[in-house]
Design a protein around this ligand. Structure first.
Ligand code: AMP
Length: 396
């Protein structure tokens, strides 16, 4: 994979310019109140940088799935309120997305002022990447900045289409994703170890395929590991198994062998009677699980083997928990791997979604080099796919 090199806000002059910034303000709301402002806080470095440079900042985002209708429960008004508190200055809220309110506010904006337009998904044209709508968005500004990594795998008007009409660069959040994830895939500090877990092989086929071309070691744990065991004829009891992926699992093992990639699977596993947090549990051989038991975490021996493989490596990429880490009785394997990654001294990159949440919840967030902010987007990145929202940005 070739290294990505995209221009960022720091590479262009934004003083006195109207700058449209695509943020990820898709925050959780309950009864109109924001229950976590993490995504708003994450957007602050790019916004503050632009304001300090004297830009006129016009923010946009999607929120939920209003499906092309103006629905008040998906309004970004609560975001404007919280953002204004965090920035310590007013955030002007447009009543529409590309209508008269947004247009006139954007024209009257002064240097160092900030405004937010309404939810881009109030227009059905947004998700269709409609050129006329993209142009209307572009009409609000002189420069486009994309800082919503969680949406770069979608070719929508506010993530991709608008870049046809404006000079387009990335913000600091996307820059960090490109530097770490892009860097690890294109020019990794070796040895490069990837750890994959989570529920299903089928969700991560593309990731495994792509990573087998790049990594030195591939570690597979979690629910998906049992399909690999079953494919080799082992007993897996009532563990998760994708019967239609057995051939594919064998093909992956063969590919690893052909490529000289070390492929590590669990040797022991914590099994439970039922899929319940308080079910009876014990440790069993991963290749010979007793009938009537299901694998819900990696065992002690496996934790040691995985930790040894992680120790002293150059780069670690991790996506997916080693077991049902939401349940304390089956979180031990994920905690052990998180500890090993944190102590490895390697460049550590955590793919988004469940693994990012697990690492945060378990208290390892500040020990990792990079935790991706996008679930689906980071998976597609690891699959080696071109992400339309990044491809649309200007090269350095
Ligand atoms: P993913 O979204 O593919 O990363 O999968 C994450 C989910 O996989 C989490 O909700 C885990 O509880 C689940 N998971 C991990 N290991 C197992 C397992 N052995 N059996 C069932 N579910 C699992």
């Amino acid at each position: 994979m070739e290294a990505l090199s995209k221009k960022s806000v720091a590479d262009i002059n934004t003083a006195n310019k109207r700058v449209l910034v695509r943020c990820d303000f898709n925050v959780p709301l309950e009864g109109g109140k924001i229950t976590s402002d993490k995504r708003i806080v994450a957007s602050l470095p790019t916004i503050r940088y632009l304001l300090d440079k004297g830009a006129k900042v016009i923010l946009c985002s999607h929120l939920g799935r209003p499906k092309g209708e103006f629905l008040p429960e998906f309004s970004l008004v609560p975001v404007a309120g919280r953002l204004s508190e965090l920035l310590g200055r007013p955030v002007k809220m447009a009543k529409d997305v590309v209508g008269e309110s947004a247009q006139s506010l954007s024209e009257s904006l002064l240097s160092g002022e900030v405004m937010l337009i309404e939810n881009v998904r109030f227009h059905k044209e947004e998700t269709k990447n409609d050129p006329a709508f993209s142009r209307q968005l572009a009409n609000l500004a002189d420069i486009f900045v994309n800082d919503a990594f969680g949406s770069v795998h979608r070719a929508h008007s506010s993530t991709t289409g608008v870049a046809d009409y404006l000079p387009a660069v990335c913000g600091f959040l996307i820059q960090k994703e490109i530097d770490f994830m892009g860097g690890a895939l294109a020019e990794p500090k070796r040895p490069l170890v990837a750890i994959l877990g989570g529920a299903k092989v089928s969700d991560k086929i593309g990731v495994i395929e792509n990573l087998l071309d790049i990594v030195d070691v591939l570690i597979v744990g979690g629910g998906m590991s049992y399909t690999f065991q079953a494919a080799q004829g082992h007993n897996i009891g009532t563990s998760l198994c994708e019967g239609d992926k057995l051939d594919l699992a064998l093909a992956m093992l063969k590919k690893a062998q052909d490529k000289g990639v070390k492929f590590l699977l669990p040797v022991d596993t914590v099994v439970g009677k039922e899929f319940k947090p308080d079910t009876e549990f014990k440790t069993d051989h991963a290749q010979d699980i007793e009938d009537g038991w299901m694998g819900l975490d990696i065992g002690e021996e496996t934790r040691k083997i995985f930790a040894d493989a992680i120790k002293g490596t150059g780069t670690v990429i991790w996506n997916g928990p080693m077991g049902v880490s939401e349940w304390p009785n089956f979180a031990g394997g994920t905690i052990a791997v998180a500890t090993a990654v944190a102590e490895s001294g390697a460049i550590s990159i955590i793919g988004g979604g469940d693994s990012a949440a697990a690492v945060q919840k378990l208290g390892f967030a500040d020990k990792m080099s990079h935790i991706s902010t996008g679930g689906g987007a980071s998976l597609e990145f690891l699959e080696g796919k071109e992400l339309p929202g990044i491809a649309a940005l200007m090269d350095k």
